[in-house]
Design a protein around this ligand. Structure first.
Ligand SMILES: NC(=O)c1ccc[n+]([C@@H]2O[C@H](COP(=O)([O-])OP(=O)(O)OC[C@H]3O[C@@H](n4cnc5c(N)ncnc54)[C@H](OP(=O)(O)O)[C@@H]3O)[C@@H](O)[C@H]2O)c1
Length: 259
């Protein structure tokens, strides 16, 4: 399918690996020029080169912490009026909520709620003025279903979801859409980092913890960043202009509900 966005521009935050990278690759395949981002210089440059080689699109690599004001300014300097914004960031570490002090809570809310709101503030009016804009927020299945040890992530992302629900409706008549994609379990460094903790909790090996984690999913496998990216690219396409304010769950059937 031609997504109809060839020649458009996108900022894909936190995209040197994992889900953000999956989104960047899928947009590049659709002919979108990119700004990608991360804090590890070598990894970021390697990903930028990989995408350039595979797709031939322009890829600017912005080495920055997306949660900081300076990092956001650098992203916007690289692409002042993006047609597409994919909001992504790291997530708070697994932690018993009793262990979170005030600063840790504020940091989590800054990462997963304040930062994407700030970036939306910075791009939305120019999108509306040009009568085209696509914003995708990477949130989490934990918005709908608690995940033990990720309460801060769930709360901050639920706050973002509620905030964006109203904002999305305010620009729908300008062909600007805002949607959230909720990953279940995707095969990335972040997911793999959790198996060690799970293994300790379950008094088993990391390999066994991984198998148990997979066994819970009706699809019996983890999702791939590539299939995540394709969904993101479709939401950014011309064909998805009537989809806005939605929460798209990608979880291989893990969330057990009819609606
Ligand atoms: N994978 C899953 O199954 C899953 C499920 C639910 C929710 N999520 C959420 O989805 C998001 C992406 O997860 P992932 O699995 O793709 O993680 P990942 O594989 O660890 O990749 C995270 C990416 O974000 C970059 N990054 C992290 N913090 C950043 C910052 N402050 N500024 C700029 N770049 C930053 C990382 O690069 P640097 O570290 O070099 O900066 C890396 O490129 C996270 O918020 C995660 O909690 C993931």
């Amino acid at each position: 399918m031609d997504l109809g966005i060839r020649g458009r521009t996108a900022i894909v935050c936190a995209s040197s690996q994992g889900l953000g990278k999956g989104c960047a690759i899928a947009l590049a395949e659709a002919g979108v020029s990119l700004v990608i981002n991360g804090r590890n210089h070598a990894l970021l440059e390697q990903t930028a080169e990989e995408i350039r080689r595979a797709s031939g699109v322009e890829v600017k690599a912005v080495l920055a912490d997306v949660s900081s004001a300076a990092g956001q300014a650098a992203l916007l300097a690289a692409c002042p009026n993006p047609d597409i914004l994919v909001n992504n960031n790291g997530g708070p570490p697994y932690r018993n909520f009793r262990e979170l002090n005030r600063q840790a809570i504020l940091d989590g809310v800054t990462m997963n709620m304040v930062t994407p709101i700030e970036l939306v503030q910075k791009v939305i009016d120019s999108m509306a003025a040009r009568n085209f804009g696509r914003i995708v927020n990477i949130t989490s299945m934990s918005v709908k279903m608690p995940i033990s040890g990720l309460d801060l992530s769930s709360g901050a992302r639920a706050g973002l979801t509620a905030f964006m629900a109203g904002v999305a409706r305010s620009v729908a008549d300008k062909n600007v859409t805002i949607n959230n994609i909720l990953p279940g379990k995707f095969d990335t460094a972040r997911l793999r980092g959790g198996f060690g903790i799970a293994a300790k909790r379950q008094h088993t090996t990391e390999a066994e913890a991984e198998e148990r984690s997979k066994a819970d999913i009706p699809a019996k496998r983890f999702g791939t960043p590539a299939e995540f990216g394709q969904t993101c690219a479709f939401l950014c396409s011309v064909h998805a202009g009537y989809i806005t304010g939605q929460n798209i769950l990608l979880d291989g059937g893990l969330y057990p509900a009819a609606f």
